[in-house]
Structure formats: structure tokens, C-alpha cells
Design a protein around this ligand. Structure first.
Ligand code: AMP
Length: 460
């Protein structure tokens, strides 16, 4: 048994057995370094990004510590965004499925308040949520944190950046100082260190090398003449590389929307993702991007946090990020799990000083490359393979993925291969199908039945 096997840890047999059914054999570096102190009950501050396996690191810690028979809230996980909270809750449920009756509840903004109150009345062991909404529930007396013995701050740097400091302070005040505190952050900026000092007890620091080495992520640099030319360069790059899934990072919300609007005007399959979107639009955007019926997502750093996409083909920096660690983090979003990734950055002459700083930071030279041929702009824009059908029914109507797949692939239907991701929400379902058969698939849904009744649907 090697030191990097999960079985070298003191974990309950139920957890260990489940890990092997999940196919987790070896610990990732962040798990190797953080799990031993976490399981000893120590406070840990770890530098971990999406994709590092950080969720399982704290998830196993809190599951091991949990006393299921005691039906009280024993752990609280705070996340900056609803997407991240949903992913974390999902991963904790997966990790804990060997133990019976564990109740994990998410409490996030953007969802109705009332049903959350109802769920809280039924009780839970583990709460995962965003600081604003948790604070609201505390304020209304719906949430009792007096039994919490483990607090996790996930993506702490991002929560501070989003202005959650006051909410965090309010929440943490209500939790016993005897608790164990775990903090995960992509950067260890001063602000993070000072928060850690205030709320943690002699934390063990865990820092792991980024798993993205230069051999898998190629960085390419392109020069634009000026700001106005930047968009043209972006169009050229998209037409040249034709990534199936690309995120274009912008530094501001306004620019994010402008770039998305312009690309759309030129016929690209694109949507914007930033904090000003309604939650419903945000969900829909992510659904369509993840299921590959939108090829390009233009996003701010905050909005893109927590995006858990297995394989981003390309990350494009519309500019170098203001914070270089953020820049490196962006690039780390591509080329995950050994997939070859493409990181493209556009700069203008005026920004040469930023490039010099980035080169210093990365200790490597990055030379600008020749722009793709200009006649690519005259070619039709590339299009995604998939299209999304939205069905006006979801979990509440008891629809399941199998029902939708069955309706699509039934008699005279399309083939299973032509069906992509199926995602269910409380009152809606989304299914990706090959673009060429989208109209036909739509008819199969609207003219046929699901669970014995008709549902309206449309291509979005
Ligand atoms: P995270 O960084 O927590 O977002 O995790 C990234 C992905 O890696 C998730 O899909 C996990 O399910 C997966 N994962 C986490 N730990 C392991 C492990 N030790 N072995 C294999 N997969 C893992």
C-alpha cells in the first residue's frame, strides 16, 4: 500500500469502499498533503483550485467527522457562487453515499427562500451555501449553527473579492470557536492571511504545485494594434482554432457583454456570463455551454469561478488579467487532466509592461506569434455540433433523463449517439441533440408523451 493510496488514511470502511467504487485510488497532491492534518482535527489553509481535488479533501474530512445519528447541522461549507455550492454538495453526496441517511442541504441566493425554510425545518447534517443567503437565514432565526464543529471556506479569496467579508464575519461569529476551520483559496493574498489569522488556530499551510505544467498548456501570445483591433484578433483566433468550448476572459462586466454582443453580431455561437445576469439566464447559459451547443463563453473571472467543465479546448485572455495569479489560474482551466489545452492571450503595444511582468512571474519568455490570415474573417463562422431543447417539465413533474432519452430514441426516433447531455431542473429539462436532427427531435418531444402526458418544448 503506497502513501498516496486513500487506504493509507484512517477513514471509515464505508468511505474507503465507496472511494474505490468511484474510481478514486490515488490521492491528488492537495489531498495527500491536507487530509492527514484535516483528519487529525487541525485547521488547514490550502491553495487549491477547481480541478485539484480540493472538494474531496474537505468533503472526506467532514464526512469522517460527522456523527450521522446526531441529526444536527455539524458542518458548514461556504462558497462564493451557487454553481460551486451545487457542485460541492453533489460531490459530498457522492463521497458519502456509502453512509446511510446523510442529509446535505444547499442554501444559495437565486433560489426561492420559502422552500429553503421548509427544508431547514426537516433538518440536515451538512449545509453548503453562499454567504449572503446563509446570513439571511441566520437573521431570520431559521438556521441553528450551534452544533457546527467544522467550517469550510471554499474559494475564500473569491468570496472576499465579491464583498462577502461582512457576511462571513457575521456567520462565523455564530459558530463555536472550538470548531475546526478549513480554508481553500487559489491565492494567498495578504487579505486572506489576515482573515486566516483571525478565524483559524495555528493552521497547517498546504501549497501544491499547479498540476498544469508547460508541456500540456501551450501559451500563445498575439498582438493587437490597439483596443479597437482586439476584437478582430479575437475573431481571427476563433476562426483559426475553432474551439468547441472556449472561454474568453474579460476584466469587466461591461466589456464581457460588449464582446459577446459583437461576436454574436458576426455570427459566432456565443454567450456572456457575468454577475449582472438573472440567475435563470445564468443557469441557461451554463447549460448550453456545458452541453456544447454554445461554443464561446465570454466571462468575468468571478462569474467563471467554479465552472466545472471537463475539457475546455481553449482559454482566451482578451487582456492579461490585472492580477497575475488570476491570469495563471485562467490558463489552468484548459488542458485539464492531461488534455491538451490552448491558452491564447491578446495584448496591445501599450500593455507590454504587463507582459514583462507576466514573463517575470512565470519565469519564461513568451513571444508574440503571427496573426492568422486575415481572409479567415470572410469565411462563415464555425458552428457548434449540438443544439439545446428546452422542455417545460423537470424534476417536480418527475421527469427523469431516461424518460427523455426514451422519447427521443423510441420508434422512428433519433439514435442515442445523437443525444448529448440531459440536465434536469425543478421545472425545466434541457437536452442537447445534434444540430441536424434538432427539429425532428423537437417534434418527437412535443408530439409524443413523457410520463404519459404532453410537454411543451422549444429549441433555444
Ligand atoms: P475539484 O478540484 O474538487 O473540483 O475536483 C476535480 C475532479 O476530480 C472532480 O470531478 C472529482 O470528482 C475528481 N477527483 C477528486 N479527487 C480525485 C481522486 N483522488 N482521484 C480521481 N478523481 C478525483
Amino acid at each position: 500500500m503506497s502513501q498516496t493510496d486513500f487506504s493509507s488514511l484512517k477513514l471509515q470502511p464505508e468511505l474507503l469502499k465507496n472511494l474505490s467504487t468511484l474510481g478514486y485510488q490515488q490521492m491528488t497532491p492537495i489531498q495527500q498533503q491536507s487530509l492527514p492534518p484535516i483528519l487529525k482535527g487541525q485547521d488547514v489553509i490550502a491553495q487549491g483550485q477547481t480541478g485539484s481535488g480540493k472538494t474531496a479533501a474537505f468533503g472526506l474530512g467532514l464526512l469522517e467527522k460527522l456523527n450521522v445519528k446526531r441529526f444536527r447541522i455539524q458542518s458548514l461549507v461556504l462558497c462564493p457562487t451557487r454553481e460551486l455550492a451545487d457542485q460541492v454538495a453533489k460531490e459530498i453526496r457522492r463521497l458519502g453515499r456509502g453512509i446511510h441517511n446523510i442529509k446535505v442541504l444547499t442554501l444559495c441566493g437565486g433560489s426561492a427562500f420559502g422552500p429553503q425554510v421548509g427544508s431547514l425545518e426537516h433538518g440536515a447534517h451538512i449545509i453548503v451555501g453562499t454567504p449572503g443567503r446563509i446570513e439571511d437565514h441566520l437573521g431570520k432565526g431559521n438556521l441553528d449553527l450551534s452544533n457546527v464543529n467544522l467550517l469550510v471556506l471554499d474559494e475564500a479569496d473569491r468570496m472576499l473579492e465579491m464583498g462577502f467579508q461582512a457576511a462571513l464575519d457575521n456567520i462565523i461569529e455564530r459558530i463555536s470557536p472550538e470548531r475546526q476551520t478549513l480554508m481553500f483559496s487559489a491565492t494567498f493574498a495578504e487579505q486572506i492571511k489576515s482573515v486566516a489569522k483571525r478565524i483559524m488556530k495555528q493552521p497547517v499551510m498546504v501549497q501544491v504545485e499547479s498540476s498544469h505544467d508547460n508541456s500540456t498548456i501551450q501559451q500563445h501570445l498575439f498582438k493587437a494594434n490597439d483596443n479597437a483591433h482586439r476584437l478582430t484578433v479575437l475573431r481571427l483566433l476563433l476562426q483559426q482554432y475553432q474551439p468547441e468550448s472556449a472561454v474568453v476572459f474579460c476584466n469587466t462586466k461591461i466589456e464581457t457583454q460588449e464582446v459577446a454582443d459583437e461576436l454574436s453580431r458576426y455570427g459566432f455561437s456565443v454567450m456572456a456570463l457575468h454577475g449582472d445576469l438573472e440567475q435563470r439566464d445564468r443557469d441557461q447559459t451554463l447549460v448550453r455551454f456545458v452541453n456544447k451547443s454554445i461554443s464561446v463563453l465570454v466571462a468575468t473571472d468571478v462569474a467563471a469561478r467554479g465552472l466545472d467543465i471537463e475539457s475546455l479546448d481553449a482559454v482566451i485572455n482578451y487582456q492579461i488579467a490585472r492580477d497575475l495569479e488570476v491570469h495563471v489560474h485562467r490558463i489552468g482551466r484548459t488542458g485539464r487532466a492531461g488534455n491538451k489545452g490552448l491558452a491564447l492571450t491578446i495584448i496591445t503595444e501599450k500593455e507590454s509592461f504587463k507582459l514583462a511582468k507576466l514573463e517575470d512571474f512565470l519565469e519564461q519568455r513568451i513571444d508574440a506569434e503571427k496573426l492568422p490570415p486575415i481572409n479567415l474573417l470572410d469565411k462563415p463562422t464555425y458552428q457548434p455540433q449540438m443544439a439545446t431543447l428546452q422542455i417545460d417539465g423537470g424534476k417536480k413533474q418527475k421527469l427523469r433523463p431516461g424518460d427523455i432519452l426514451g422519447a427521443l430514441t423510441g420508434q422512428d426516433g433519433i439514435t442515442g449517439k445523437q443525444v448529448g447531455k440531459i440536465q434536469l431542473f425543478p421545472n425545466k429539462a434541457y437536452v442537447a441533440v445534434n444540430r441536424e436532427v434538432a427539429q425532428y427531435a423537437l417534434r418527437k418531444i412535443t408530439e409524443g408523451q413523457l410520463k404519459g402526458r404532453n410537454f411543451r418544448a422549444r429549441i433555444i
